[in-house]
Design a protein around this ligand. Structure first.
Ligand code: GLA
Length: 658
C-alpha cells in the first residue's frame, strides 16, 4: 500500500528538503512522484544537464525510507525550447498558437518535441535505472489534459501519415469517409487536413479518425518514453496518470501498455452525489486492468483552485474518498501535492503539508490516514466481484457526440453515470468495460446504453452473451453505425437485432428541457410509470414482446421496453433514456430479473458498499450516523464484528472470510 504525493522540491531551498523527508516519515508517506514539472531545472539549456540536485533529493528520500516514482519531466517544456524551436507549440482549431508561460505547451506529434523529450528521458533513465530508491516510472503527466487536440503543421503532416497508414490508398479513405457527398473527394493525401475551423460541419468520418489520431499521437509519446526506459534496463513498473472518463485518450487501449493503471480524481465537495460519480471513476479504472491493483496518483486534501468556486472537503471526507479507492481495488493513495506552493498558479491548491503548517486539521487528517493505511494487511485482488457490466466504449463516445445527430444534447458519460448511480444506490458491484469484454460466465446483467458505434467483435460478443444465457439491456441509439461512423445496409440494430428482436425506424428526439416541444416521454411497465428523456424511439417488433409502453406523448401506446429470448438468454431494448428516478426503477427491475443480489441489502442510499474479493468496504456519505450489519474482521481495528457504526464520513473495511 503506497501513500504520498507529487513532490516538487525545486520550489524550495535544500534545507526544506530535509524537513520534508522528516515530515513525510511522520505522515507515513511511502512514495512520492518526483520531478513531474522539473524539465527546466534538469536541463537549463539544450545539451546541458544539471542532475546533482536530483541525485541529492532521491538519495535523501531513499535514506529516509521514501520510495520514488520518478517522473520523466516531459509534461512542461523549458523556455529555451520554444525560443529555439517555436514549431513545437500546438495550434487550436481556430489557428491560434498556444504559447508558453503555462504548461503542456507542446504539439504531441512534433518531431522536435519528441527528439528533445527522448533525449531527456534517456538521460534520466540511464542515470537512475539502478537506483534502489526508484520504484516506478511516471511518464509525462496527464497526457492531453489541457490540450484536447492540435492543428499545428506537425499535426497536419502526422495526420496525413496516420491516414495513409490506416487506409493505404486515397480511394479507401474516400470510401470510408463518404466523401462523395458535399464534393469532398480527395485525389491525394496531401489535400487532407485536420478538422480545423470550417464554415460548417466536418465530415463525421474525418472527425472520428481525428479523435483516433489524437489519442494515438499521445499514446505514441508515452510508448516512445516507455521504450527508452526499458532500453535503459528498467525493471520497475511504468505508468502514466489517467483522468478517469477523459475523452481525448482511449484509456482501455492505453491500459494494455501500462504495468499499473494510475488515476487522478477530483470530485467536487459541493456536489452531494459526487461520491457516486467518483465510484464510477474508480470502477472504470479498476476494470481496465482488473488483475493488477490500481493506484490513485492524485487527489486533493482540501480545496483545489481550478473550479469557478472551490469548496473544501468536509472533515474526514478525504479519508472516506481514499477508502472508496481502496475498497474498489486501489493499492495506493497519493495527492497533488506534498507541500503547498508558496507562489505560482497552484498556491491555493491544498496539499498534504498545508501552507499554514502542521497545527492544522488537514495535517492531522493526513497523518491519521497514513497510519491507517500502514495498518492494513495486504488486500486480496478481486477480479470477479461484479456480476453486472456497464458497457463504455471510447470510439462510440467520440462518434455519438459528433454533431448533426437526432439529439445533439446527448452527453454519453452523463447517460452512463445515470445508470451507474442507480446500481450504486442499490449496492451492486459493476465493471465498466468495452463490449468485447462481455461474457456470460462473468456477468448476469449487461447494460449497453447509447452504444452508437459498434465494432464487429463487440457485436459478436454481445450477441453471444445473450445466446449463452446473459441478460442484455440495450438502447437507445445503439448499434447505429460501423467503425467509419456510417450506416450499415438494412437499417438500424443490424447486428444486435438478432439478440434483441427489434429494429428502429425513427429515433424520436425529444426537446431539451425548457425548449419548445415534447421534452419527456412517460412509459409504464412492471417498474411503474417513469419518465424518458432525450429520445423516444419508434421500435418495430421483429420477434420481441413489449414489456413497457410509452404512456403519453407522440409515441403513446407504442413499445418502450421490449424483451426477446435468444438462445439461453434475454435481450431487452429500451427506447428512451430514463431520468434519474426512472433509471433507478428500471435498474431495480432488471437486477431482479437477472438474479443479481446486492453486496449488502437493506441499506440507505447514502451508505456506499464495495466488494474486493473477501473484503467489504462500507462508507457513510450521509450526515447521520448509521449502523451497518456486516460479519467478519474489521481490518482497521482488528476486531471481529457483526456490525459497524459509522459516523458521517465514517468507514470500515471488513474481511468477511476472516
Ligand atoms: C492535475 C495535475 C497536477 C495538478 C492538479 C491540480 O491533476 O496533474 O499537476 O495541477 O491537476 O488539481
Amino acid at each position: 500500500m503506497q501513500y504520498g504525493g507529487d513532490y516538487n522540491p525545486e520550489q524550495w531551498p535544500e534545507e526544506v528538503w530535509v524537513e520534508d523527508a522528516q515530515r513525510m516519515r511522520e505522515a507515513g508517506v511511502t512514495m512520492v512522484s518526483l520531478g513531474i514539472f522539473s524539465w527546466s531545472r534538469i536541463q537549463p539549456a539544450e545539451g546541458e544537464y544539471d542532475l546533482e540536485w536530483l541525485d541529492r533529493v532521491i538519495d535523501l528520500l531513499h535514506e529516509g525510507g521514501i520510495a520514488v516514482d520518478l517522473a520523466t519531466a516531459t509534461a512542461s517544456p523549458p523556455p529555451w525550447m520554444h525560443e529555439t524551436y517555436p514549431e513545437i507549440l500546438p495550434v487550436t482549431a481556430e489557428g491560434v498558437t498556444l504559447g508558453p508561460g503555462s504548461r503542456q505547451h507542446y504539439a504531441p506529434s512534433s518531431p522536435v518535441y519528441r527528439r528533445l523529450a527522448a533525449d531527456l528521458v534517456r538521460t534520466l533513465a540511464e542515470r537512475y535505472v539502478d537506483h534502489p530508491g526508484v520504484v516506478m516510472w511516471h511518464v509525462n503527466n496527464e497526457y492531453g489534459c489541457h490540450l484536447h487536440e492540435d492543428h499545428s503543421p506537425a499535426a497536419q503532416d502526422a495526420f496525413r501519415a496516420w491516414l495513409e497508414k490506416r487506409y493505404g490508398t486515397v480511394e479507401a479513405l474516400n470510401e470510408a469517409w463518404g466523401t462523395a457527398f458535399w464534393s469532398q473527394r480527395y485525389t491525394a493525401f496531401a489535400q487532407v487536413r485536420t478538422p480545423a475551423a470550417a464554415p460548417y460541419s466536418h465530415n463525421p468520418g474525418q472527425l472520428l479518425d481525428f479523435k483516433r489520431f489524437t489519442s494515438d499521437m499521445l499514446l505514441e509519446c508515452y510508448l516512445m518514453e516507455k521504450e527508452i526506459i526499458l532500453a535503459a534496463g528498467a525493471t520497475q513498473p511504468i505508468t502514466t496518470n489517467f483522468m478517469g472518463p477523459f475523452k481525448p485518450a482511449n484509456y482501455p487501449e492505453w491500459a494494455q501498455h501500462m504495468d499499473v493503471v494510475t488515476d487522478d480524481a477530483y470530485p467536487d465537495p459541493d456536489e452531494p452525489e459526487s461520491f457516486r460519480d467518483a465510484a464510477f471513476q474508480r470502477d472504470l479504472i479498476r476494470s481496465m486492468k482488473p488483475e493488477v491493483p490500481w493506484m490513485l496518483m492524485e487527489q486533493v486534501t482540501g480545496a483545489l483552485n481550478w473550479r469557478p468556486t472551490n469548496a473544501p472537503k468536509a472533515p474526514q471526507q478525504m479519508a472516506a474518498l481514499s477508502m472508496q479507492c481502496i475498497g474498489r481495488g486501489a493499492d495506493g493513495i497519493l495527492f497533488f501535492q506534498w507541500r503547498q506552493s508558496r507562489a505560482g498558479a497552484e498556491k491555493f491548491h491544498a496539499a498534504m503539508l498545508p501552507h499554514a503548517g502542521t497545527d492544522t486539521r488537514i495535517w492531522r487528517e493526513v497523518r491519521e490516514l497514513g497510519s491507517q493505511l500502514a495498518s492494513l494487511p495486504s488486500l486480496p485482488v478481486g477480479t470477479a466481484d461484479a456480476r453486472v457490466a456497464l458497457v463504455m466504449d471510447w470510439e462510440s463516445w467520440w462518434a455519438v457526440e459528433s454533431p448533426d445527430h437526432p439529439s445533439n444534447v446527448l452527453d454519453y458519460v452523463a447517460v452512463l453515470q445515470r445508470w451507474y448511480r442507480a446500481l450504486h444506490r442499490r449496492h451492486v458491484m459493476v465493471d465498466i468495460v468495452p463490449p468485447e469484454r462481455v461474457t456470460a460466465s462473468q456477468y448476469d446483467l449487461v447494460l449497453a446504453p447509447a452504444l452508437y458505434l459498434l465494432r464487429p467483435a463487440g457485436a459478436a460478443a454481445l450477441t453471444s452473451y445473450v445466446a449463452d444465457g446473459g441478460h442484455l439491456l440495450a438502447g437507445p441509439f445503439t448499434d447505429v453505425v460501423d467503425e467509419r461512423d456510417a450506416f450499415l445496409d438494412g437499417g438500424f440494430l443490424t447486428r444486435l437485432g438478432e439478440a434483441l428482436g427489434v429494429t428502429i425506424e425513427d429515433f424520436g428526439a425529444l426537446a431539451a428541457p425548457g425548449a419548445a416541444g415534447q421534452a419527456t416521454a412517460p412509459l409504464t411497465g412492471p417498474f411503474g410509470t417513469v419518465t424518458g428523456t432525450l429520445l423516444a424511439e419508434e421500435v418495430v417488433l421483429r420477434g420481441a414482446e413489449p414489456v413497457a409502453a410509452f404512456s403519453g406523448g407522440r409515441r403513446d401506446g407504442d413499445p418502450a421496453l421490449t424483451e426477446h429470448s435468444h438462445g439461453a438468454g434475454v435481450g431487452w431494448y429500451l427506447a428512451t433514456v430514463p431520468d434519474e428516478e426512472g433509471a433507478d426503477a428500471v435498474a431495480g427491475w432488471a437486477l431482479e430479473r437477472a438474479g443479481v443480489a446486492p453486496v449488502l441489502s437493506g441499506l440507505p442510499v447514502s451508505i456506499e458498499v464495495a466488494q474486493r474479493a473477501s473484503v467489504v468496504t462500507v462508507i457513510n456519505h450521509g450526515d447521520e450516523p448509521a449502523v451497518v450489519r456486516v460479519v467478519g474482521r474489521d481490518l482497521l481495528t482488528g476486531e471481529n464484528v457483526t456490525e459497524v457504526a459509522l459516523d458521517s464520513f465514517g468507514y470500515a473495511l471488513v474481511d468477511t472470510d476472516a
